[in-house]
Design a protein around this ligand. Structure first.
Ligand code: CDP
Ligand code: MG
Length: 846
């Protein structure tokens, strides 16, 4: 810091003298990143103001001076003792050996693709090579390098690392920008940001003025945002011939990207890894008979969760899994296992029997194996925190003199992030519980053992609903190999796969690109808001284009919910939805909630729909759990039941009794915490759109009117609607497209014999053997007509026919007319609020 301060003071003084001499342009008037203005807006990323021609020479002079200073400083650092030591470390990385190759390829090509083993130094070194070489060539002040990361946490941790390697605090020549957060300054020349941030920048500046290099990292992941960005960049390159594009990937599919950009140069960084032995489930269980003591606990644990799981996995999938595992067991000749164990294993799911197995494996490694860190790949944050809770009361893992237990996932605090890279004291073993974030984007040094549960949460396309769902699913072979590879970076390693070998053989080779497996609604909104013309034409230019049918379905859905008009143009509502990075139905709900002053409740509803079901039903206490849930449900709505449960949770929090509260009411504390943090996130996202001023009071101005909440839920979930048809003893449900549907058994409505409302709006449909609907809220005719579709468009014809009796009621011209007038007024009200967010609609609300 002392060094930095000295250099800084020197530069400031030097610069102010120079700028005074050259006709008095204040030092920061030419800077591309004025820290005050660019910090203020999320989109403002390295913006360059236009300069009057007269000051061009003066400007050139200043930029030249500044470049010299950057160089002076870089030289200073490189010659210092610290700097030398850092350089030594960097020289050991395989990427460093390719420094000249990479730099000359960049100077000769507009686009290059760099691939190399994870951990070889792509992310930390290549952007740095470019920056260093620009500074060496006295162009430091002229360059502006943007490096995108798919995840927020990698942008943050990598920028910190690079700044440290350059002997600077973050925010000088290196900075980062992620949503709602960022550190960068006037002199920031290398910026790490999430892909989403660069896309937002493109919204205001289509040609990326002032940017000299764009580096898109982790393209092998084929995330939706990255594929989207590549289409835009491909379009931009001919218009910006001096802009350089560098694509970086961990696996060897470089050819695909190279040919997409018309044969871009490819550089492969050869890496070195030690051999890694791999063990599959059958080996682990076999081994456990001799060495892993508590293996027999698999029995109870498997049994306990078996029933829950039975309900969750569709039958076909289950029989597929069962048969592969059966085969594996036969092959491994597990005749010694009891029939019960065989049953639980035959419905094998690492989530279910995984925890005990992981715990015994960890014990085994800690007690019998040589030193080396352990990396455990799990599905998500909730699993990680449950396992961490469980391990923290274990005698080995709770002992800080033996074990350093850490978590690594997308939403952790930054001090926790730093610990991951730290070396533990000698004799202490580092154990990191991670999501697939540690697969390629974050490299944890000194790992020698990997435990791989075989699953990752991935967004998948649910054709039935046309909505994305984030569910744990089996990983691909490439991912499994990546995970295994993490064990061999510093010494020969071992990898334990918690699934049978034959299941591994059945894994897909690669994971499908996100653009082909998720619904395209949000992407379509983005394309429209960026003014990229016809959606289908734009998407046909993708690396791998989605099916036309999927595109049409997405457009149709967006028209139904009123985000696009008949001519495929964004409506006012659509423009807001495009700004909200979440499913459009949640965005729509939040927007109306904000307009009608019931945002506080709707925030809970929307957050609740995005987390794992907080209502737990342990098999042996099913009745008690149902009774607990029923205290929250009085009004035929799962959504409102969640709202009540959450209100109770907040009250319990004030009295420091959340554990008790959750325990008594069979609520998952992890889900409740997740609701809490998502509420905050949704709120700040909404504030960003300018629709609310951000004071909590306005969120409740509509009072606690339950009917209002119902209406807003309906507004969001439409067209997810079914009609309730009562017969003598019970009721049945029908939707227009599927005919009869059933209620998911844990719905509060499933326990009723009568529902005093004619309709249920629901969040999603699940096809098992019949079609089930999940999370429903009962609504009245008026609510449906006013907040769902419209009578005049004939949206209800099908529903009305199903209802028979109600037909007459709506077909009475006077009634239909009245509803039409009311609906028109409501639509106009919402519309005018969207066009003029400052408008006070309190007066009209009734
Ligand atoms: O991008 P790639 O996977 O090729 O490697 P990298 O992220 O550039 O990492 C290169 C080296 O820097 C690894 O040994 C990491 O452990 C180390 N690194 C670190 O110590 N701290 C960070 N925040 C990031 C990387
Ligand atoms: Mg990387």
């Amino acid at each position: 810091t002392d060094l930095v301060k000295r250099v800084d003071a020197y530069l400031k003084e030097h610069l102010s003298k120079k700028s005074k001499r050259t006709n008095g342009i204040p030092a920061n008037s030419f800077s591309r990143t004025s820290s005050t203005s660019s910090m203020a807006t999320d989109e403002g990323l390295l913006e360059q103001p236009e300069l009057p021609a007269a000051s061009k020479t003066a400007l050139d002079n200043i930029l030249w001076q500044r470049s010299l200073q950057l160089r002076e400083r870089q030289d200073y650092w490189e010659k210092s003792v610290e700097g030398q030591r850092m350089l030594e470390c960097r020289r050991c990385l395989p990427a460093y050996k390719q420094r000249d190759v990479v730099l000359s390829a960049i100077s000769q090509n507009q686009v290059i693709v760099v691939s190399g083993e994870t951990g070889c130094g792509k992310t930390t070194q290549i952007p740095q090579f470019i920056l260093e070489s620009e500074i060496e060539a006295n162009r430091g002040a002229l360059c502006s390098i943007i490096c995108t990361q798919p995840r927020k946490i990698s942008a943050m941790s990598v920028s910190e690392r690079v700044a440290c390697e350059r002997g600077e605090p973050l925010g000088e020549s290196v900075g980062y920008k992620v949503r709602l957060e960022g550190v960068r300054g006037r002199d920031t020349r290398l910026l790490f940001c999430t892909t989403g941030i660069l896309l937002r920048r493109l919204l205001v500046d289509r040609s990326l003025r002032g940017v000299t290099h764009v580096i898109v990292d982790e393209i092998h992941e084929r995330g939706m945002n990255e594929d989207f960005l590549l289409i835009i960049l491909k379009d931009l390159l001919p218009r910006r011939p001096e802009l350089k594009l560098i694509l970086m990937s961990a696996t060897l599919d470089a050819e695909l990207f190279s040919s997409y950009f018309g044969g871009a140069g490819v550089i492969h960084i050869p890496g070195f890894t030690y051999p890694v032995g791999s063990y599959f489930l059958e080996d682990i269980l076999e081994m456990s008979r001799y060495r892993l003591t508590p293996y027999n606990q698999i029995d109870d644990y498997g049994q306990e969760r078996l029933w829950k799981m039975n309900k969750q996995i569709p039958r076909k999938r289950k029989s597929q899994i069962a048969s592969v595992v059966e085969d594996a067991l036969r092959a491994a000749d597990f005749k010694e296992f009891s029939p019960e164990t065989r049953v639980s294993l035959s419905c094998w799911n690492p989530d279910c029997i995984g925890f005990n197995l992981i715990e015994s494996l960890l014990c085994h490694i800690c007690e019998n194996e040589r030193p080396g860190g352990i990396l455990v790949f799990m599905t998500g944050w909730d699993d990680i925190s449950s396992l961490k809770d469980k391990l923290q009361i274990h005698p080995i893992f709770s002992d800080p003199n033996r074990v350093m237990l850490l978590a690594c996932h997308g939403s952790m605090a930054s001090f926790e992030q730093r610990l991951i890279f730290e070396e533990p004291a000698s004799g202490v073993r580092k154990i990191v519980l991670a999501t697939n974030i540690a697969e390629t984007s974050i490299t944890i040094n000194d790992v020698a053992f990997v435990i791989d549960c075989g699953k990752a949460k991935e967004t998948s396309y649910d054709a039935l609903n046309n909505t994305p769902c984030l569910l744990p699913s089996w990983i691909s072979k490439v991912s499994a190999q990546q995970r295994r590879g993490r064990a061999g970076r510093v010494q020969p390693g071992q990898c334990y796969h918690l699934y049978p070998k034959c299941l591994y053989d059945a894994f897909a080779e690669y994971q499908l690109p996100e653009i082909l497996r998720t619904p395209l609604q949000s992407l379509c909104l983005q394309i429209k808001s960026l003014n990229f013309g016809t959606i289908s034409e734009f998407l046909s230019r993708a690396l791998q284009s989605p099916e036309l049918l999927a595109v049409q379905k997405a457009i149709e859905y967006l028209k139904t919910i009123g985000a696009l008009d008949e001519n495929e143009q964004l409506t006012a509502l659509g423009r807001y939805l495009a700004k909200l990075p979440m499913e459009p139905k949640l965005g729509k709900m939040l927007i109306l909630g904000a307009i009608l002053g019931c945002l506080d409740t709707i925030l809970t509803v929307a957050a609740g729909l995005s987390v794992r079901d907080p209502f737990l039903t342990p098999l042996d206490k099913k009745d008690l759990a149902e009774a607990a849930k029923s205290q929250f449900s009085r009004d035929h709505s799962d959504h409102l039941a969640l709202v009540r449960a959450y209100e109770g949770y907040k009250r319990a929090e004030e009295e420091a009794g959340v554990y008790d509260y959750c325990w008594k009411n069979f609520l998952s504390i992890q889900s409740m915490r997740a609701v809490d943090s998502l509420r905050k996130e949704f709120f700040s996202l909404l504030k960003d759109t300018g629709l609310i001023d951000g004071t909590p009071a306005t969120c409740k101005s509509g009072g606690n009117d339950e009917n209002l909440t119902r209406a807003v839920i309906c507004y969001g979930l439409y067209p997810g609607i079914c009609s309730v048809v009562h017969n003598e003893r019970a009721f049945s449900l029908k939707t227009m497209e599927d005919g009869q549907v059933l209620l998911y058994s844990n719905s509060v409505n499933a326990r009723e014999t009568k529902i005093p409302y004619p309709w249920l709006v629901f969040n999603e449909k699940i096809k098992v053997n019949s079609i089930f609907v999940r999370d429903s809220t009962a609504v009245s005719d008026s609510v449906l007509i006013l907040f769902g579709g419209s009578v005049s468009k004939g949206d209800f014809d099908g529903h009305l026919k199903m209802l028979g009796g109600y037909l007459d009621f709506f077909m009475k011209p006077a009634v239909a007319e009245m509803y039409q007038t009311l609906k028109k007024e409501l639509d106009e009200l919402i519309q005018s609020k969207l066009l003029n967010p400052k408008m006070d609609i309190q007066a009209h609300r009734d």
